[in-house]
Design a protein. Structure first.
Length: 325
């Protein structure tokens, strides 16, 4: 990288990324924020929402502001692992095999409707997410850096799907609910699409600068001991709610979050602190990311499902019972 980036400069650059993205995407501030949090945390994100909410457009636009390559693959029941990772092809003219890399070799991979592909394909993707490498024909290839998977699933259409097991869901740093636009945003969307004019997107960061920012966040953002204790109490309350005064949790929680959740809360809160121009994490940072971090890591009992008690409600009630140290 040609010059050093300060914490203040990171805040300015992130603000510029928002500005550039909003030239094409109306609203969806939380979606944009969480994609950037996942990127700078070195994690992956699961997006849940109905079709038509600009998930693909948002991913493509953000990747342009970062000068990164993006690819989209539609997951279907007949998809094979090789369709994702690639495979070996035989060149008859040269009488030898050569490696044909699949769409996974990109920076931003949009895995559309991940729950429509069979377990073998899901497993191949999740292995690549964890190892950041792919084996083709006995040869191992490292995936590009940075590498982020943005997987989508439709909460409405569940027929013919292959739900992700809890152990695989845990691999995602965040799960974000992509909501409908507001009335004002919907009107602005119609006006912009009717005009046919889309703003030109300018690159804000380079690949080298992204890696540098990841290192700065890891090394220069302070986490106080009380923040560690606060996070530990939140996550432990998902496993033993009675210990923290959340009696109803025993009836609502089937299984709690793993230590990955604690790590994810600290990682994402550090990124959020930098977005706010700070070099330290506050309890408010934790509270701002806790729903997206825990949403897919808590299992509900049949009683909770029967009473229509959502995971977000459980998380909210846990927070109400945890004292900020």
């Amino acid at each position: 990288m040609s010059q050093k980036i300060s914490l203040e400069d990171i805040q300015t650059r992130v603000s510029a990324i928002y500005t550039e993205t909003q030239k094409r995407v109306i609203g969806q501030d939380i979606l944009i924020r969480n994609i950037l949090i996942a990127l700078f945390s070195g994690g992956h994100i699961l997006l849940e929402g109905v079709p038509g909410l600009a998930k693909t457009l948002t991913v493509e636009t953000i990747s342009q502001t970062l000068g990164l390559h993006s690819a989209r693959i539609q997951f279907t029941p007949d998809l094979l692992p090789g369709d994702l990772t690639g495979g070996q092809m035989y060149n008859q003219a040269e009488s030898k095999f050569y490696t044909n890399k699949g769409p996974i070799f990109t920076n931003f991979l949009l895995a559309d409707e991940i729950n429509r592909a069979p377990a073998k394909v899901q497993s191949a993707l999740l292995e690549a997410m964890q190892e950041r490498q792919v084996t083709i024909g006995g040869e191992t290839f490292t995936l590009p850096t940075p590498f982020i998977v943005l997987a989508t699933q439709n909460p409405i259409e569940q027929e013919g799907t292959y739900p992700l097991p809890e152990a695989q869901l845990d691999r995602f740093l965040l799960k974000t609910l992509v909501d409908y636009p507001t009335r004002t945003e919907e009107i602005e969307i119609m006006k912009r699409m009717n005009s046919g004019v889309l703003g030109e997107i300018h690159q804000i960061l380079s690949c080298e600068e992204i890696i540098s920012i990841q290192q700065i966040i890891t090394e220069q953002v302070h986490v106080d001991e009380k923040i560690y204790e606060y996070v530990a109490n939140i996550v432990l309350a998902t496993r033993n709610s009675r210990q923290f005064g959340y009696i109803k949790g025993e009836d609502y929680i089937d299984f709690g979050a793993s230590p990955r959740a604690s790590i994810a809360l600290i990682k994402t809160a550090k990124v959020l602190a930098v977005f706010d121009g700070r070099s330290y994490v506050t309890p408010e940072d934790i509270q701002s990311v806790v729903y997206d971090v825990l949403r897919h890591r808590i299992g509900r009992t049949f009683e909770a499902i029967g009473q229509d008690i959502g995971v977000d409600q459980i998380i909210r009630e846990i927070l109400e019972n945890i004292v900020v140290v």
